[in-house]
Every structure is written in structure tokens, then in C-alpha cells.
Design a protein around this ligand. Structure first.
Ligand SMILES: *Cc1c(COP(=O)(O)O)cnc(C)c1O
Length: 431
């Protein structure tokens, strides 16, 4: 498969090059030259396939010959070695739980697949050693650190803002050791991101180290996110109702992977982009004009994005035809007060505990189901509620049970490198 850049559209690349680069040289996002539609036989046999086979069939055309079958299968097995259960919450409403992986968020899927792919390309031999440099406001860092832990040939440096990530998130970043270095920045997330950007442009650094990013625009993080839409459909294929997926969205990578699956033939009727107060896409769907906004902080902070990078891929999937996009996508926005109330209501009525991101997804689904009363809806629970313990326990007035893997984190010792400014980072990268 070839990929072209959504910026000037001239640059094309193969899978390996696109994964190693992240962004195209013209700063555009990579997009596949064609959508790999799945044959009827795939859907006819779907009920008999295991999750690894389904994922392999879904992604094989996008990877092509660049990773041999047995290696790709191994990467998929490592990526998907946890469960993706669908839990009924109300009549015609269910939660697709994407938080059973090592860092309790759906980002584990993309991070592991990317680590596996990059690890393979390095092992094959012509890339040399690579440094993955990322800034995180919380969830990305943990997933990337975990995914890349112990991968030969890759050093990972994660910048996070001191005192601004939750205790669990910090433990997930700082207790791994090996090839993972946590860099604690005396500043805000924006400072971390600015330092990372500067480092990528700094020739003294890039002359000495091959840098790559592991953020959500990378193809190897975006594409594998389609896996769980197929796995969910497999559990729902008996239903004769219209099928809707509501995705709590920030940078729009997750929902865009689901919409790609739909274009490949997966019979999902409609998507809901559920947003917190960061409503750039909600406005776009109303006005057909895309205007980025500064991000505003919310309790669902992994979705605090005012200029969602992957939305351009959504537009491309629909050839920029608004009428076909509108048939497939609705977008809604909710403030924190409404989100808190939803967590409380669902907990008191059904005992199900939603995290603030999943709760936004739930709200979006309910709003759509008011119009389409006979549809069956799934909202994506993108993180375990324990990751947002303070908010969730305060709202439900109850304790959230802490999973054993997280319990043990509390006994591990934090190790981080403290820095104040770019010169500190540069000094470290050059040492
Ligand atoms: C990253 C994240 C999101 C947003 O996903 P996008 O692909 O950026 O739209 C939603 N929920 C949680 C918990 C996340 O970590």
C-alpha cells in the first residue's frame, strides 16, 4: 500500500517510511491511496474467526509485504492480548470497554502496534537506533512507555508537566525503567510540547540522534484502532437494529479508525462524535466551516483538543462531500456539569461506573437515540474510571475498586529526570 500526504498530495510513501517519519515531509498526515474493502467471504466467516485473525485480515493490505505474515501476526497477538467486552448498560445501550490493557486506556492498542512495527523495522536492520520523543498530558505517555518497554533499538523519552498528571498516570510513566526515561518538566503540557517540537528542528540533536514521535497521527497508531470495531461488531452481528457507535473524541483518531472500518465494509450505520466543551467539529457540522479554537480544560482532559489533527482524515474518507459525511456522522458537545450528572445517573440506575470520557460518549449516544429510537447503540469506554479517581469517586459518592495491576504501581519507586528549560533537555539528549 502506498500512502500520500494530505497536505500537498505530491509526496507518497510506503508503510515503513510513513511510520518512521510520522508526518510527511510537507507536514501533512499520511492517508492510504485506496481503501482496502474486505470481501464478502470475510463477513460470512466473521463469527468463526478469532480476534487475531480478524485483525490480521483487516490490516494486512495496509501493511502489505513490508512486514512478513508471521511477524505481523506476532505483533497483532501482542497488541490484542486483553479483552474488549461489551457490557449492557441500559436497554439498547452498551459500553465497549477498551480499558482492559496494561495502562487502562484504549491507547494501549495503537501504542503496542506501533512499538511492534517500529521494533520490526529496526530489527530488520537499516534504521539504526531510534529515539522516540513524546510530550504527554496524561494518557499517551503511559501507553507509549508501556508499548515500547524493552523494544530493542528504541529509547523512549517522555516529557510530562510536573504536578499536572494524576498520581496513577505519573506512576505509569516513571516506574518502568529500562529504555524508558520520564522527563519531568517544570511547566505545563504546552511547554512540554513546545520543547519536543523544538528538538525535532534542532540539527545538533537530529545530527546525533534519529528522532521520531509516537503521537496519534502516526499510521501505526491510527490504523490498528479499527480492530476493536470489528471485534465489537462480531459480538453484535445477530442484531437486526440499526447500529450506532458513539466515540468520545479529542484528536479524532479513534473515531476516524472506526469510520475507515465502515468504508471497508463493516456494517456500522452511524457514528456519533461525542465532544466535551471543545466543540470545533460540532461547529463544523453545523456551519460546514472548519475553525480551530484554543483548547479549554475539562474533566475529560484527554479530549481537550481545539484543533483535532485527524479530522482531515475523516473529511478525506468522504471525499470532502458534506452530504455523505452528514449521513454517517453526528457531533454533539457536553459541558462538565452534564457529564458529571450522567456519571451519577448511570451509576445510581444501573451500578455501572463510567469515566468522564466514556460519560461524554454515553451522552452523545443517548442524544442520537432520541431521534433513532429503534437503533442499538454502543459507546466506547476509552479509559478505566480509576484513572480519573478523584472526579469519579466524588460524583458517585462511592469507592472505585482499584485493579491489582494498579495497586502494585503504588509500591514502585518513581524515577524521573527533572528539567526546567529547553537547554536542560538538549544537554540530556546530547549527552
Ligand atoms: C486520547 C483519549 C481520547 C480521545 O481519543 P482521540 O483518538 O484523540 O479522539 C478519549 N478518551 C481517552 C480516555 C483518551 O485517552
Amino acid at each position: 500500500m502506498k500512502y500520500f500526504s494530505l497536505n500537498k498530495r505530491k509526496h507518497t510513501s510506503n508503510f515503513e517510511d510513513a511510520v518512521v517519519r510520522g508526518l510527511a515531509p510537507d507536514k501533512g498526515l499520511y492517508f492510504p491511496e485506496r481503501i482496502a474493502r474486505l470481501p464478502d467471504s470475510f463477513f460470512a466467516n466473521l463469527d468463526k474467526m478469532d480476534k487475531y485473525e480478524i485483525a490480521f485480515q483487516a490490516i494486512k493490505e495496509y501493511v502489505g509485504e513490508e512486514i512478513p505474515t508471521s511477524e505481523l501476526q506476532k505483533i497483532i497477538e501482542e497488541t490484542l492480548d486483553f479483552d474488549f467486552p461489551i457490557t449492557p448498560v441500559e436497554n439498547n445501550v452498551a459500553s465497549l470497554e477498551l480499558f482492559h490493557g496494561p495502562t487502562l486506556a484504549f491507547k494501549d492498542v495503537g501504542a503496542r502496534f506501533m512499538a511492534g512495527s517500529l521494533g520490526y523495522f529496526i530489527k530488520k536492520g537499516n534504521l539504526g537506533k531510534i529515539t522516540v520523543l513524546v510530550a504527554t498530558s496524561g494518557d499517551t505517555g503511559g501507553a507509549v512507555a508501556n508499548g515500547f518497554l524493552g523494544v530493542e533499538g528504541i529509547d523512549v523519552m517522555i516529557l510530562y508537566p510536573k504536578g499536572k498528571v494524576s498520581e496513577i498516570q505519573e506512576k505509569q510513566l516513571t516506574t518502568l525503567g529500562k529504555n524508558i526515561t520520564a522527563i519531568e518538566v517544570n511547566g505545563f503540557f504546552d511547554d512540554c510540547q513546545a520543547m519536543v517540537k523544538k528538538a525535532f528542528l534542532d540539527e545538533e540533536i537530529t545530527g546525533q540522534r534519529k528522532l521520531t514521535s509516537a503521537n496519534s497521527i502516526n499510521l501505526a497508531r491510527w490504523l490498528p484502532q479499527m480492530f476493536y470495531y470489528f471485534l465489537a461488531y462480531q459480538q453484535l452481528m445477530e442484531k437486526e437494529q440499526e447500529l450506532v457507535f458513539s466515540v468520545p473524541s479529542g484528536n479524532f483518531g479513534n473515531i476516524c479508525a472506526g469510520m475507515l472500518a465502515r468504508e471497508m465494509g463493516l456494517p456500522i450505520d452511524h457514528f456519533v462524535a461525542a465532544n466535551n466543551a471543545n466543540d470545533t467539529v460540532v461547529d463544523y457540522m453545523k456551519t460546514r466551516e472548519y475553525k480551530s479554537k484554543p483548547s479549554v480544560p475539562t474533566i475529560s482532559n484527554a479530549m481537550d483538543v481545539g484543533d483535532p489533527s485527524n479530522f482531515i482524515r475523516v473529511l478525506e474518507l468522504f471525499n470532502r462531500e458534506y452530504t455523505s459525511l452528514e449521513k454517517a456522522l453526528s457531533a454533539y458537545t457536553y459541558d462538565d456539569r452534564t457529564t458529571r450528572k450522567a456519571i451519577e445517573k448511570v451509576y445510581s440506575e444501573s451500578g455501572y461506573i463510567m469515566d468522564p470520557h466514556g460519560a461524554v460518549g454515553y451522552l452523545g449516544l443517548k442524544e442520537y437515540l432520541e431521534k433513532e429510537k429503534n437503533a442499538f447503540g454502543v459507546f466506547l469506554e476509552t479509559a478505566h474510571p480509576v484513572k480519573f479517581l478523584d472526579t469519579v469517586e466524588e460524583v458517585i459518592g462511592d469507592k472505585v475498586e482499584i485493579p491489582p495491576a494498579i495497586q502494585s504501581l503504588f509500591n514502585k519507586k518513581k524515577k524521573s529526570l527533572q528539567i526546567d528549560n529547553y537547554e536542560d533537555l538538549k544537554g540530556f539528549l546530547l549527552s
